[in-house]
Design a protein around this ligand. Structure first.
Ligand code: ATP
Ligand code: MN
Length: 429
């Protein structure tokens, strides 16, 4: 008999036989009857166990919580069960017995502290409201992938063990690679660009990015999932259009697939209107100066500044035309004012989700930019080489998948939307 998901029991007729697989969430033994609340990834159902129906009744009715069962039984809608139905067990196969006590309760009314939860993440994720986040993230990414594929992007995979630092020496994890010293990649930037020289035209990559940032904040991890694109014969405007449409498509997919999840989490989500507003860096400076801040023009915005800007723009919006001083070497200067760049960040209120830009495609300009940023071009020879024999103009972006998930579900800590977060103090589990 094939397995029925508990969430699909509603469409099974009275008296029909089903096979269920799941965990013992609760077990109550009365005088000559026992009730199991069985849980799988779709929900819970009450199962009635009777001694005369089950040869292993004694063993089953003594089971510890979170033991794993396979139950065959009949759907019974006439009983007084709370959910309007229960299952009358015909056979119970014990697949695995859980040890007790549990390090973390699954349906305890009091929430355990966050460290205990993360230390026992396998149990923490058995709670629907926790694991459902990752279903939402999966549909979000699927929606973005669908859009990018529709625009002829090719999904690629570039190396994560690298010899050169994408954005300079800071924030890199070192890796001993036989007799060489190498690094974990901060971003696929250089490889995405080389693929533009390879004539791949439009690529995207979903993969890990590593940053040895020492700070502990609610929005930084030391390993996160980056959704990156690069496209040829396009500038920053073309890349921004791809970005807002990919985000919109991701959210549409979540609404189509995860309506129940959003309801369970109590989240209201709407499809954002595109195009998103575009505000220049200069306009943002005006906003924060008007709020009474003294701001050094040419610097990055700090959290306080972004809070003020976010108050003016609570939804999705782009900050464009960043000064060259705060953008990486590969960022294209603005034609009529090279102190600015063809760059942008996608923001949601005060939170950054994406950075992107048109890139420099002229090898001489690129070498000059390396020098200005105090980097040694010879460390990047493998990269610059791909610019010397016909590099097309190109543009792209990198989006933090966890950041976008936090935003659409309105979850304050990035660790909640990461299965096994890596931060300054946590590498286990
Ligand atoms: P931030 O200013 O928020 O630290 P950043 O500007 O240093 O980010 P980028 O190099 O622009 O980061 O990376 C592109 C995107 O990757 C960011 O917009 C963000 O969504 C995500 N991201 C960057 N660093 C982290 C991190 N440490 N943890 C989680 N996501 C990150
Ligand atoms: Mn950024």
């Amino acid at each position: 008999m094939i397995r029925t998901a508990i969430g699909d029991l509603n469409s099974v007729g009275q008296g029909e036989k089903v096979r269920l697989n799941g965990w013992v969430q609760d077990l109550r033994r009365l005088k000559s009857i026992a009730f199991v609340v069985l849980r799988d990834h779709t929900g819970t159902v009450q199962v009635t166990l009777k001694p005369d129906a089950l040869s292993n009744y004694n063993e089953v009715s003594e089971l510890s919580r979170e033991s794993v069962l396979e139950i065959e039984g009949k759907v019974d809608r006439k009983s007084g069960a709370k959910a309007g139905m229960e299952i009358q067990a015909l056979s119970v196969n014990i697949l695995n017995i859980s040890r007790s006590p549990l390090p973390l309760g699954i349906d305890d009314p009091v929430e355990a502290d966050f460290d205990t939860r993360l230390n026992n993440r396998f149990l923490d994720l058995r709670k629907k409201e926790n694991n459902i986040i990752f279903r939402v993230e999966s549909s979000l990414l699927w929606g973005m992938r669908k859009y990018l594929m529709s625009q002829n992007f090719v999904e690629v995979h570039t190396p994560k063990i690298v010899a050169a630092a994408t954005e300079g020496g800071a924030d890199l994890f070192r890796v001993k690679y036989f007799e060489k010293e190498t690094y974990l990649n901060q971003s696929p930037q250089l490889y995405k660009e080389i693929l533009m020289s390879s004539g791949m035209d439009r690529v995207f990559e979903v993969g890990p990015a590593f940053r040895a940032e020492e700070h502990n904040t609610p929005r930084h991890l030391n390993e996160f999932t980056s959704v990156d694109i690069e496209m040829s014969f396009a500038d920053h405007n073309g890349a921004m259009t791809m970005l807002e449409n990919a985000v919109k498509s991701g959210i549409e997919e979540v609404l189509a697939i995860n309506a129940d999840a959003l309801k369970l989490l109590g989240k209201e989500l709407g499809v954002p209107e595109v195009p998103f507003p575009r505000i220049t860096y200069k306009e943002c400076v005006k906003i924060i100066e008007k709020k009474g801040f003294t701001f050094n023009y040419g610097e990055d915005f700090n959290t306080e500044h972004l809070k003020e800007i976010g108050k003016e723009f609570p939804g999705f919006y782009f900050i464009t035309e960043w000064p060259a001083t705060v953008r990486p070497f590969y960022t294209m200067p603005k034609q009529d004012d090279p102190s600015l760049t063809n760059s942008y960040d996608l923001q949601f209120g005060e939170k950054e989700i994406t950075s992107g830009a048109q890139r420099v495609h002229d090898p001489d300009m690129l070498e000059k930019r390396f020098m200005e940023k105090g980097l040694n071009p010879s460390d990047f020879e493998f990269y610059i080489k791909s610019f010397r024999y016909g590099m097309p103009p190109h543009a792209g972006w990198g989006l933090g998948l966890e950041r976008l998930t936090m935003i659409i579900l309105d979850i304050p800590n990035i660790r909640s939307v990461t299965l096994f977060p890596r931060d300054r103090t946590r590498v286990v589990p």
